[in-house]
Design a protein around this ligand. Structure first.
Ligand SMILES: [Mg+2]
Length: 322
């Protein structure tokens, strides 16, 4: 009977110290199409289950040297790792009365030796069903998380998420002291209303996506970028100093200005104005709203000075093309 669904091949751990029983189990389970990893004691079993990319199914003998099956269950459950590993315990007949202990330790199921092949096959099937259900739950949860934290249009952080990131970074900087800094960079598309009026909102949306892409292209790997409002973006930078902040801001400005958005055969020239503000941990942790207020103020300065330029709070304006 084929045990692969689609392209998936299930891996399964067999941990059993008795050679004959281990060989028999391995042969049986392999014949059902599983990719079997067979080990002969509890420490080897733990090594496999605690390692990277463990099998999702395990059949564990209760009595084994190294660590017994129940101890393994307890340890694996204490790790609370994802993905879930479905654990089936094998017991000798005289251990049946202790099954409560096995279940309490986190075993999902148990079988009494000698194992009936058909029963084992069905129980492993149940395990697969549980594992697949858990995977679907994780997928659904991750999809919800993505929805809750990302802007659906540009796929970058949404306002709430980027503000949370900024808040966390401010707290981190104030813990670390004067050597740490956080920068908020407000980026606003110049004359965006004109784009919408002239080309329609669909093109406007595409321009927003395009600019978000350009910003992501221009920032450093660990910088975070979110959509703050309609045509306004917020980048959170750390560990860059005021010169680093200026450099990143200028790179964004250039990246946008030099890469017009092309719809059909018409390029639409887009520029952004940027306002940045920096906070060091030594300043006793200013509030998030103060930092954003300063960046916002610098942004209005940049707009006032003619747009397509960078202004850093407390600094001289950085000019565009000389
Ligand atoms: Mg044993």
């Amino acid at each position: 009977m084929a045990q692969t669904k689609g392209k998936r091949t299930w891996r399964l751990l067999v941990a059993e110290d008795e050679l004959i029983s281990r060989t028999l189990l391995t042969r049986l389970v392999s014949s059902w199409g599983y990719d079997v990893i067979a080990v002969e004691d509890g420490s080897q079993a733990l090594e496999v289950l605690e390692g990277d990319d463990p099998p999702r199914l395990a059949v564990l003998d209760w009595m084994m040297p190294g660590a017994d099956g129940v101890a393994i269950c307890r340890r694996i459950r204490a790790l609370r790792r994802e993905p879930y590993i479905y654990l089936i315990i094998l017991t000798a007949l005289q251990e049946r009365q202790k099954l409560v202990e096995a279940l309490e330790a986190g075993a999902d199921d148990f079988l009494t030796k000698p194992v009936q092949p058909h029963e084992l096959e069905l129980r492993i099937h149940v395990g697969r069903r549980i594992v697949e259900l858990e995977e679907q739950l994780i997928e659904a949860r991750e999809a919800l998380r993505e929805l809750a934290t990302h802007d659906p249009l540009t796929r970058i952080w949404n306002r709430r998420a980027i503000l949370e990131i900024l808040e966390k970074e401010i707290a981190r900087a104030s813990r670390k002291g004067a050597s740490a800094d956080v920068c908020a960079l407000m980026i606003d598309i110049d004359h965006f209303k004109t784009v919408n009026d002239q080309y329609g909102h669909l093109v406007g949306d595409q321009v927003l996506m395009h600019v978000a892409e350009r910003i992501r292209e221009a920032v450093r790997r660990h910088d975070e970028v979110g959509r703050y409002g309609g045509e306004e973006f917020l980048a959170v930078l750390t560990g860059c100093g005021v010169n680093g902040l200026k450099a990143v801001a200028e790179r964004i400005r250039k990246e946008v200005a030099e890469n017009p958005f092309v719809t059909g055969d018409r390029p639409i020239a887009v520029t952004v104005s940027l306002g940045g503000a920096r906070l060091t941990g030594g300043e006793g942790g200013g509030s998030i709203m103060q930092l954003i207020g300063r960046a916002d103020h610098a942004l209005y300065e940049a707009k006032d000075q003619g747009r397509n330029r960078v202004v850093i709070d407390g600094e001289q304006g950085v000019n565009d093309e000389e």
